[in-house]
Every structure is written in C-alpha cells, then in structure tokens.
Design a protein around this ligand. Sequence first.
Ligand SMILES: NC(=O)c1ccc[n+]([C@@H]2O[C@H](COP(=O)([O-])OP(=O)(O)OC[C@H]3O[C@@H](n4cnc5c(N)ncnc54)[C@H](OP(=O)(O)O)[C@@H]3O)[C@@H](O)[C@H]2O)c1
Length: 371
Amino acid sequence: MATTYEVVLYGASGYTGKLTAWKLAERGIPFIAAGRSKERLEEELAKVPELAGHDYQCVAVQHETGALTEFFKGKKVVINIVGPFMQLGSPVVEASLAAGCNYFDTTGETDWMSLLKRTYGESFAARGLALCPGNSYMWAEGNLAAEIALETPGIDTLDVLYLGDSEVSVASTMSFLRMCTQPQFYLRNKQLVQWPWATPYQVHVPGEHMLLNALPWSGGGEPVWYQDDPRVRNCQTLVSFRNQERFLAVVGLLKKFEEECRHLDPAKQEEVTNEWGKAVTQVEPPRENPDVNRCTLSCQGRGNTNSVSVILRGNSPYAQTGVLGAEAARRVLRGQLHAVGFVSPAQAFGARNLVAAQAEEGYLAYEVKSV
Ligand SMILES: NC(=O)c1ccc[n+]([C@@H]2O[C@H](COP(=O)([O-])OP(=O)(O)OC[C@H]3O[C@@H](n4cnc5c(N)ncnc54)[C@H](OP(=O)(O)O)[C@@H]3O)[C@@H](O)[C@H]2O)c1
C-alpha cells in the first residue's frame, strides 16, 4: 500500500537536513525530503546510511508560497531547515499555515522568532497548529534547562550560557553572522534591554578553570521564549565556543561591521554578512564526533533568596538538532502536542520529555543542584 506521507523535511539536502533525516529514519517515520533540486536531494540523502531501506521520497518544489502551500496540503508536520530564515523563511511559514501544517524550524535568528510570534502566532493558534521556531540546539537546550530551573518555586531569573565545540555549516555561518545587523536583547525586570554592539564578555563555564570569551549571539532565544512569561523577571543568554581563536575572529567581524557597515541599508547589510559567511565556511563538516564535539549548557536560576543550577553536559549540537526535529514529528503524529500557537519546544512537548529523548541517545546528561 502506498504511504501517506505526513512529514515534510524542507531543506533535507543540507547538513542539518541529513542529520534530521537520520533521526526520522531511526524513529521509523516516513517523510518527504523536499528542496529546490530533486537531483541534489537524492545525491545528498544517499550519503545517509540509516536511510537504506527507509520509506522516504525526494521531491523538488519551488521556493514560493503558492507552490509550497499546494505541496504541504494533506501533511501534518513541516520541518523547515532552509536558512537564513529572515531571508528565506516567510514563504515556508505562510504555506504551512495555509495548508494546515504544524511548523517547526531550526532557526537561531532571534529577530525571526519575534517576527513569527508577532505576525503568525495568533493565526496558528486559531487553527490549532504549533508554530515553533528554534526547535534546534540553539535555542531549545537553554529552554529545556530553564524549564527545569523554573520547577524550583521562586526562581524568576535565568542566566543561560552555551559552550559549543563543533564545526559549523555554510548556512549556519551566514545565519549567525546576521547578529552583526540586528539589535540583541536580554530581559531585565520584564523589559527588553539592548546589549551593546560588538562587545564580548568573559564567562566561566561550570566545571572549567579558564575564562572564555562569549557573545550574546543575536541575544539568544531564551529572552524571546520568556518575554511574556509571568514566572520570569530576568533572562540573559551568552554563547561561547571552545575554539577561541575562531571565536575572536567572529568578534573581529562584529567590530569591522560597526566600523564599516552599520551605515548601510538593511538589504546591503545582509548581503555583506552573507558574503562574509560564505567566505568563512565553504564546506560541509563531517558528522560530529561525541568525543570531540562536546557542549555544555548552564542555566543558573535564582529567586529572591534561593538559587538552582541546571547543567546539561553533552555532545553533537547539530545531531541534537536532528533529534529535536524528529521528536517533534513523532510527538505530533502520536497526538502528544501540548500547546498550539507560538510555542517553545518545552511548551510544545514538555522539557523533561525532550531532555529524556536526548539523554536516551547519549547526547546529554543533566545535573540539577540547589545552590
Ligand atoms: N540554532 C541551531 O542550533 C541550528 C542548528 C542547525 C542548523 N541551524 C540553522 O538551520 C539552517 C540550515 O542549516 P544547515 O546546517 O542545514 O545548512 P546547509 O548545510 O548550508 O544547508 C542549507 C539548506 O538550505 C537549502 N537552501 C539554501 N538556499 C535555498 C533557497 N534559496 N531555496 C531553497 N532551499 C535553499 C539548501 O539547499 P541546496 O542543497 O539545494 O543548496 C540546503 O538544503 C541555518 O539557518 C542554520 O543556522 C540552526
């Protein structure tokens, strides 16, 4: 009997698309691998060993709202992995809404998250659909740790730190360099406050002696997730990478942007960061190695007179992003979606469920301490 495909993996030919395909196959979920070229999709997905014998189809579709709407009709879940999302995401989210699909993406761009919340949140809610951007390592891990911190009564302040140590993909580099162009925010006393431009901070990663440089990295998704949350008064996110030489090169690009590009119009600014991104990263990285590509997420929560420390020690942030996409599909298909409209991954599926899914595959272990 022919399969009725309920899941579309859009942008399946890319680095993160192939990792998500792997994780969908492990869960036995049939899917359509979609993108702009059938040939390229077939060629790239043939490189994923776990897809041998799995039920999936490669289909080309035009990157345009009408064509995507027709294509998404009858499906339940769209996993969008085509970025930078502020440049390419609108037709996909509009088509998901029009076709009645739950929408998940892997964005790290906080202006895209805010745009979706503002523009489409209510429409998705009215149709009983989830609109969940940032269903990716950044900004799901901080969301999951924050929710565990918020289980402690009185916690109202979330101080989130990411430490990564992976190679990055081409579209990731273009996407994260967009942080040059946009104001970055943290939450202080329930108000969004802008971080100074192009300013690194020294951070202490729990369990390590050396200080590392960190950046707000577009502000982090957590201030967006918690902006209107009655439990949260303060929330800030910083991001560091183990390779500090390369990290400082990114800081250098931010400073260069301030000196040479801040005056340019928005479209030109995006052209510049795209050009820089393509120059910095030209090849797709290999799959992450858990022994090498480790990561740490620390969420220090505090209230008036108490505090809690939640630390996720793990590996392979890109593979974790694949797990999050595949888990979203699995849980929607099983009727385990907890909330609709603009939702964080934790609101959609429960923080402890998603932490457990990552832990089960060996991608993290977690520690919670009252401190
Ligand atoms: N926040 C996180 O933790 C996290 C983690 C992983 C990924 N991401 C984000 O996810 C996005 C994709 O990352 P990636 O690692 O998969 O990058 P990638 O390997 O460079 O792949 C990019 C994908 O987008 C497709 N694409 C590019 N331009 C397109 C266009 N104009 N029309 C249709 N498709 C287009 C590519 O298709 P072709 O093969 O046809 O070129 C490819 O499938 C990036 O924005 C990245 O920042 C975020």
